[in-house]
Design a protein around this ligand. Structure first.
Ligand code: HSE
Length: 309
């Protein structure tokens, strides 16, 4: 194989109490990337279509993660990367994660899969370091593996795919304003009060149990973030109004997607997600901020191969 074209999904990360450890892909929305082998050693960003991202290989998340992988695998060829950028950078739905994961996935395939998909996570994370200054796994892991993925650490046995109850849907609204992950992290306190830590751990534990038992009532009481949301919500216009509406309309939980400005809600069934979509859209139309919305299954599909030769 000399060339591979892939679809790499947008992802929701920080799933409420799962800050920096839990994420899932959005169905049918993401970036396309084409990765080609070249006789020229090294990695290049050959072309970018759509939203702009750096073409300097030292600043582009896709080439930075690819470079890290290549340093490990030492192939006797180089790679050219083309990106069709559909996810706006700084949107909170894994714009950088999509490309950081896509390049290492493509290169690993082109080299005959020397590494497992789980082993690619730590290389993809280095790309995240470029844009957010922290190598968090909660976008790249679900982009690579699909499904609701919890990353305790990058050792394979600590990358855990959690079960997805069959009626679990999500609604996502992406206000078209940029929130830089690095800034959104900078405003977080470095210490957490003990009582909040207890609540967050209890919620995360019961969330995992609720997923294993498809217990929607327990899901509803567990999908709460006591630590991060309150500091970041000021970056997102009408966050409280949107959240109140989502919960009023039956959402199991609602919080900030990634580092914002996107907001997500989880629902039991597609009907509630659609209702939320039309009511939250009304709220956002009043802000005069352009936005996109998505209603999707909590998707079990990660990066897909579109074409290869
Ligand atoms: N967990 C990361 C953060 C996600 O909240 O900073 C960024 O997309």
């Amino acid at each position: 194989m000399k060339k591979i074209k892939i679809f790499s999904p947008a992802t929701v990360s920080n799933v409420t109490c799962g800050f920096d450890i839990l994420g899932f892909p959005i169905e049918s929305f993401g970036d396309e990337m084409t990765i080609s082998k070249s006789d020229n050693i090294g990695v290049r960003i050959a072309k970018v279509n759509g939203y702009p991202v750096p073409s300097d290989p030292k600043k582009n998340v896709a080439s930075v993660s690819a470079e890290k992988l290549i340093r490990h695998l030492k192939p006797d060829c180089g790679f050219d990367i083309e990106i069709k950028k559909n996810i706006i950078p700084g949107s909170g739905i894994g714009s950088s994660g999509s490309n950081a994961a896509g390049s290492v996935f493509g290169i690993n395939k082109l080299l005959g899969e020397p590494l497992t998909t789980k082993q690619l996570i730590k290389y993809a994370m280095t790309g995240e370091g470029v844009s957010s200054l922290t190598e968090h796994p909660d976008n790249v892991a679900p982009a690579l593996l699909g499904g609701l993925v919890m990353v305790k650490s990058t050792e394979e046995e600590n990358i855990i795919s959690l079960p997805i109850p069959k009626d679990l849907f999500c609604f996502v609204i992406n206000p078209k304003i940029e929130v830089k992950t690095s800034y959104s992290r900078e405003i977080l306190p470095s210490k957490v009060e003990l009582s909040l830590m207890t609540k967050q751990v209890a919620n995360f534990g019961s969330l995992v149990h609720a997923l294993h038992t498809s217990n929607y009532n327990l899901l509803r009481s567990s999908l709460v973030d006591n630590v991060i949301e309150k500091h970041r919500k000021k970056l997102i216009p009408s966050f409280d109004k949107v959240k109140t509406k989502c919960l009023e309309l039956g959402a199991l939980g609602c919080s900030i997607s990634g580092s914002g400005p996107s907001i997500f809600a989880l629902t039991k069934g597609e009907g509630d997600a659609n209702k939320i979509n039309s009511e939250v859209s009304k709220i956002y139309k009043e802000t005069n901020i352009d936005f996109s919305t998505y209603v999707s299954k909590v998707s079990s599909e990660g990066i897909k191969i579109i074409d290869s030769d």
